[in-house]
Design a protein around this ligand. Structure first.
Ligand code: UT7
Length: 374
């Protein structure tokens, strides 16, 4: 039996706090006119003190599971694509596994910057197709506001916080993820980077004084690279899927810059009305941008089951990629009401926190007993 990987659930979470271009002009030497005309961005959402990459990702994942109509205990794999993980380790995916009570899931982070969501969906789809697992959650979640230099007007105007998630499930019905392209070119690594905080340049007074823990970018070079690869990757992924551009209903690009998206659409001779764009309200949310745009298109009725859609993105690394998908919607069995509706999420999250606390106490007690037996 041929196995297919379908996207059967989707969800997002964005922080309430909004930072407008006018707000930004109080922080750095910029203005609304410049930002809108050069990027298309009007505002972005910024995480509050209590919010983080894991907490937003967990809420997006719960919402996606609710749409798919499956409980967290059925999830076998969690991949979090992120450029702003909670820690170097443990992975943000492991923390989300605990937050949502996905007791059967293996979890890991995937680092491919803004292309990460496409790469992660492809990895989950491959695991499903081979029969290794039946159900996965892929999350793109970012708290980039904590990594930008709020004195650098070249970068701080671009980025925003938020999270999006897809549930992928196995089915013998054709459709779902049709093809994917993943590419990297590390020779452009320095064009978009956070130089310090890893093993090459560990945190020191000097690295902090030099601002090396913030995002640094050569905007013009990234722009040039992006406009080239977006069209290329789209054509390549469609060829792999045996589809023409005319057969697609939607292209959903990484939301970095309106001008990059328009240039790519022009190169492809693709109507801009069929390109999903919402960066005006969210800015560049890196790995969260494609799911945020996708979920918006599903919820407002543009993206429908049976539609052929291309996701395409690029980012630090350099990385870029595309994916052709036949949009599915929840599998038929999910029409049963879910056991733990998303509307009870606060209660549910309290339960998972208690469960996690109980596991910690148990580990502590086991440690004492083990210590005595040694
Ligand atoms: O997920 C991938 C993430 N990265 C990207 O997608 C970034 C891709 N690059 C871009 O989006 C654009 O390069 C930017 C929006 C970052 C910059 O736009 P640009 O049209 O390439 O501007 P520029 O860097 O060439 O700068 C033009 C001028 C400069 O002034 P001078 O030297 O011409 O006098 C900048 O100093 O605009 C100035 N400038 C600003 N002015 C007002 C740069 N940032 C700002 C600002 N407000 N925020």
């Amino acid at each position: 039996m041929t196995r297919y990987a379908h996207i059967t659930g989707w969800g997002t979470h964005v922080p309430e706090k909004v930072l407008s271009n006018d707000d930004l002009s109080q922080i750095v030497d910029t203005n609304d006119e410049w930002i809108q005309s050069r990027t298309g961005i009007r505002q972005r959402h910024i995480a509050s003190d209590g919010e983080s990459t894991a907490s937003m990702g967990a809420l997006a994942a719960l919402r996606a599971l609710d749409v798919a109509g499956i409980p967290p205990s059925e999830v076998e794999l969690i991949i979090v694509a992120t450029s702003s993980p909670e820690h170097i380790f443990p992975s943000t995916a492991s923390l989300i596994q605990d937050h949502i009570g996905a007791t059967k899931a293996g979890a890991f982070d995937l680092s491919a910057a803004c292309s990460g969501f496409i790469f992660a969906v492809n990895m989950a789809a491959q695991a499903i197709r081979t029969g290794s697992i039946n159900t996965a959650i892929v999350i793109g979640s970012e708290t980039l506001s904590r990594l930008v230099n709020w004195q650098d007007r070249g970068t701080c105007i671009l980025f925003g916080d938020g999270a999006g998630a897809f549930v992928l499930q196995a089915s013998d019905q054709p459709g779902g993820v049709l093809s994917a392209v993943m590419r990297s070119d590390g020779s452009g690594g320095e064009l978009l980077t956070i130089p310090a905080g890893g093993s090459k340049l560990p945190a020191s007074e000097e690295t902090i004084a030099q601002g090396l823990h913030y995002i640094q970018m050569n905007g013009r070079e990234v722009f040039r690279f992006a406009t080239r690869v977006m069209a290329q990757a789209t054509e390549e992924v469609l060829e792999q899927a045996g589809l023409s551009l005319a057969e697609t209903q939607w292209v959903i690009p990484h939301q970095a810059n309106q001008r990059i998206i328009e240039t790519a659409a022009r190169r492809l001779k693709y109507p801009l009305e069929q390109v999903v764009i919402n960066l005006d309200r969210y800015g560049n949310t890196s790995t969260a941008s494609i799911p945020l745009a996708t979920v918006e298109a599903v919820e407002d009725g543009r993206l429908k089951p049976g539609d052929q859609v291309v996701f395409v993105g690029f980012g630090a690394g350099l990385t870029w990629g595309a994916m052709a998908v036949e949009w599915t919607g929840p599998l038929p069995k999910a029409e049963k009401p879910s056991l733990w509706p998303y509307r009870f999420r606060n209660l549910y999250l309290l339960y998972t926190r208690l469960r996690s606390g109980a596991l910690r106490i148990l580990r502590f007690l086991e440690g004492i007993i083990w210590g005595r037996q040694r």
